[in-house]
Design a protein around this ligand. Structure first.
Ligand code: AMP
Ligand code: ZN
Length: 470
């Protein structure tokens, strides 16, 4: 299997440290708000990559963090007048709901920065001991990029470039730096911020150290694959390498995978630009599987532009899959015959050729665009070559194949969601209102319970009954 390695700048063969096992780390979101569909891109593409590795028989140890201490979280907490963890816990929960909706498998571990502070203090201590970090007068600990001759090896930047970049940025409060390119490992607390004790000062970690610590704690000092969006190459991943290798003296990671951006009107979708849609915005209008199919319609290193037209196309494509699997399950219920006819054997060969192209696409740097095309070809064959006379064996083969590739690897559910239609819910609410008017409270309660079981939350307001999906 070939993957494009950002450090080597070419496609290379994947060879894991332990045969049959993959240790993989994917940088996760900062939890101060609902995630946007740009954040969903790495989640979906690397989940799909993981699913393919598992399809190939690898045992994947997949770690993805939540950054739960950060300026943006503190700002949001101060605005609401609540402690930071109220904000971070709320949005971790919301993020997990979005992930479940998008059929993203839970990571083996989802560590949180605030629960790994001891490990960070230990690693920073080690970096000071190894001569890679120093403590400024105010207690800030900086990583010294001059102590690391390899610094810049991932982003392919040299020290001159780096320094001229930093000279232009006037950072106040970082006067204790020896080199403008040095970065913070630990910083003193400020009024109204969460803090922890440390040998240097009461304070909190810089952003980069958490991933170095979590990666080595859960996956070992050297891992197979580290992944994230391409905006993380510099400085985040560059700094992770400096920290991890400076502390352990061993190579940090063998392969670096970075997804290109999800854009909107040609510009990166981001919270700070305000040009974003949350996953929740989109999944309230489309089935989350449509979003997933849309995301996989491009290979992960190709920029992808979000548009309503493309979402509509993905919706039609998803409907094609569902119509096919509906048809197959209906046929299967009635069909007989446990062996394939000669003609079905021929059709099966065609399907097998597309399974092969699916696998080839996935093995060529996780080309989900070509892999999806192969699935649609199989759907086309399934539609064209089945009817009431098809053998049960053939229909089952097609159904299993589509499930294996589509549900299993692409993570696109092929079972139609049995969701209540808005009209059905409204009819039940009207029925409940009528029961209440007639003072039949037992019936009204019964209808409310039924709606609760359907995942509908009712709210009695002055304007009448409002409802939402849980
Ligand atoms: P953040 O919460 O900003 O740290 O982002 C979490 C993950 O989402 C990182 O891997 C980012 O690189 C990725 N990401 C953020 N915005 C986009 C975007 N517009 N397109 C693709 N990936 C993104
Ligand atoms: Zn990270």
């Amino acid at each position: 299997m070939k993957i494009f390695d950002t450090m080597k700048r070419q496609k290379v063969e994947l060879e894991t440290i332990e045969p049959g096992k993959v240790r993989m780390y994917v940088c996760g979101p900062t939890v101060y708000n609902l995630i946007h569909i740009g954040n969903a891109r790495p989640m979906i593409v690397f989940d799909t990559f993981r699913r393919y590795l598992e399809y190939k028989g690898y045992d994947v140890n997949y770690v993805s963090n939540f950054t739960d201490v950060d300026d943006k979280i503190i700002k949001a907490a101060n605005e609401e007048g609540v402690p930071s963890e109220v904000i971070s816990e709320r949005y971790i929960k919301e993020c997990k709901k979005d992930m479940e909706d998008m059929n993203i498998k839970p990571a083996t571990v989802h560590p949180q920065a605030t629960k790994e502070i001891d490990g960070m203090i230990a690693m920073i201590g080690k970096l000071i001991e190894n001569g890679h970090a120093y403590v400024a007068e105010d207690g800030t600990v900086y990583f010294s990029v001059d102590s690391d001759p390899d610094y810049g090896k991932l982003s392919h930047k040299n020290m001159d470039e780096l320094q001229s970049g930093f000279r232009e940025i006037k950072v106040t409060g970082e006067e204790g730096k020896k080199n403008p390119a040095d970065f913070v490992l630990w910083k003193p607390k400020k009024e109204g911020e969460p803090y922890w004790d440390s040998p240097w000062c009461k304070g909190r970690p810089g952003w980069h150290i958490e991933c170095s610590v979590m990666s080595s704690k859960y996956l070992g000092e050297t891992i197979d694959i580290h992944a994230g969006g391409e905006d993380l190459i510099f400085p985040h991943h560059e700094n992770e390498i400096a920290q991890s290798e400076g502390a352990s003296g061993k190579p940090f990671c063998n392969y670096w995978m970075h997804n290109a951006f999800l854009n909107i009107n040609g510009k990166k979708m981001s919270k700070s630009e305000g040009n974003f849609f949350t996953v929740r915005d989109i999944t309230s209008q489309f089935d989350p599987m449509v979003l997933r199919l849309f995301m996989l319609s491009a290979q992960y290193r190709t920029p992808l532009n979000f548009s309503r037209e493309l979402m509509e196309q993905a919706k039609n494509a998803y409907e094609r899959i569902l119509n096919c699997t509906d048809k197959l399950s209906e046929l299967k219920a009635k069909a007989t015959g446990d062996s394939l006819t000669a003609c079905e054997e021929e059709n099966k060969k065609q399907v097998e050729a597309f399974i092969k192209s699916f696998e080839e696409a996935m093995e060529d740097d996780c080309n989900t665009a070509n892999a999806s095309t192969a699935v649609f070809e199989i759907v086309r064959i399934a539609n064209a070559t089945t009817d009431e006379n098809s053998s049960k064996a053939y229909v089952s083969y097609l159904e299993d194949t589509i499930k294996k590739l589509c549900d299993g690897v692409l993570g696109v559910r092929t079972e139609r969601k049995k969701e209540a239609l808005d009209a059905d819910i409204e009819a039940l609410i009207a029925e409940r209102q009528a029961a209440r008017k007639a003072r039949d409270f037992a019936k009204a309660d019964e209808i409310r319970d039924k709606l609760t079981a359907m995942g509908i939350i009712l709210e009695d307001t002055r304007e009448g009954v409002k409802w939402k999906r849980a």
